[in-house]
Design a protein around this ligand. Structure first.
Ligand code: SIN
Length: 323
């Protein structure tokens, strides 16, 4: 049976265009179809190593506007394709701004039976396709290489010749081509002259709660907001969020982007304790770019710590509330 990879397009800068080939910031994201983007990949046939390609345009969004609708479509189409014996990988072209959120979301909702054997590779670009120095074609080329590499599995992100795991990847720079980092975990691999050099094995894919895939079929997701603790913080924002309003979904969870090793401004803490009494789930993540909250052996904190960045902690809490 001849194998294929599927490329799902969602928009982003990789599909962006600007009237000027010199302009790498004043462009419109999500202007080109994924089939056309593939045409621009140099030496594509060689990278594919005999695999066929299927493309599908799933969305045309600047990833700042990603939401439940696009995530649901992504999860459902990825599952549809990865479940087919002749499909060996799914590649997703995505904007850089929320790539880490989509990657983490997909890694949590797609079944282990699929992700343990096949890769879902997200790739992106920092410069639009119209740029005279566009990075998208090279990133796609590297992503295809990774997707076609024997043993690659789970949800991976490829940018600037570096392969990251969904759990760890984070956008850390607004402009540089090498905009992603995997924090303390470090990257999984590098793509060098077309060869994938692994420095860590792909993370093991643990058993998922199968109900999460059922949750993906839900049309409304639990509302979870992120609140920052910072100098001069108070409880006003939390109190406003927790007040019931006929115009908005009630807040069911709050993620605190806490200072340092999980500390919270005392005035904000009072409001968060009140939110907990109202039945709102409150968890803590650190706003530090590296590391995670280290628990001490002292008093138990009323807000459980989550070893994820605030945006990923939000997704984890949302999924937990959906179960
Ligand atoms: C986006 O995230 O869709 C725009 C920015 C980018 O892709 O770099």
């Amino acid at each position: 049976m001849s194998k294929k990879i599927v490329v799902l397009g969602t928009g982003g800068t990789i599909a962006g265009t600007s009237p000027s080939a010199n302009d790498n910031v004043g462009y419109r994201a999500a202007q080109l179809e994924v089939g056309g983007l593939l045409q621009s990949v140099p030496g594509l046939a060689q990278c594919l190593g005999g695999h066929g390609v299927v493309t599908e345009q799933l969305a045309d969004v600047d990833s700042k506007d990603m939401g439940w609708t696009q995530w649901r479509a992504l999860a459902q189409r990825a599952l549809h394709y990865l479940g087919q014996p002749d499909i060996s990988a799914v590649l997703v072209t995505h904007g850089t701004d929320t790539l880490e959120e989509s990657a983490y979301f997909l890694s949590r909702v797609l079944p282990a039976s699929v992700l343990a054997h096949k890769p879902l590779v997200l790739t992106c670009a920092m410069r639009p396709a119209s740029s005279m120095s566009a990075d998208g074609p090279q990133n796609m080329r590297d992503a295809v290489r990774v997707a076609c590499t024997r043993g690659a599995h789970g949800v991976l992100a490829v940018c600037a010749a570096t392969v990251h795991a969904a759990r760890d990847v984070q956008k850390v720079h607004p402009y540089r081509l090498d905009a992603f980092d995997s924090g303390d975990a470090g990257p999984l691999a590098y793509v060098e002259e077309g060869a994938v050099r692994w420095v860590h094995p792909c993370p093991a894919v643990g058993a998922q709660d199968v109900q999460w895939m059922d949750c993906v079929r839900e049309s409304v997701w639990p509302r979870v907001e992120i609140v920052f603790s910072h100098a001069g913080a108070d409880g006003a924002l939390v109190r406003t969020l927790c007040a019931t309003s006929p115009d908005a979904e009630p807040v069911r969870g709050l993620v605190i982007a806490a200072t340092g090793n999980g500390t919270v401004h005392h005035a904000l803490e009072v409001a968060l304790l009140q939110a907990q009494l109202q039945g709102i789930r409150v968890v803590r993540s650190t706003r530090c770019a590296y590391g995670q909250i280290v628990p001490g052996d002292g008093a138990v904190n009323p807000f459980p710590a989550v070893g994820l960045s605030p945006v990923k902690a939000r997704i984890a809490l949302m999924l937990d509330l959906m179960r």
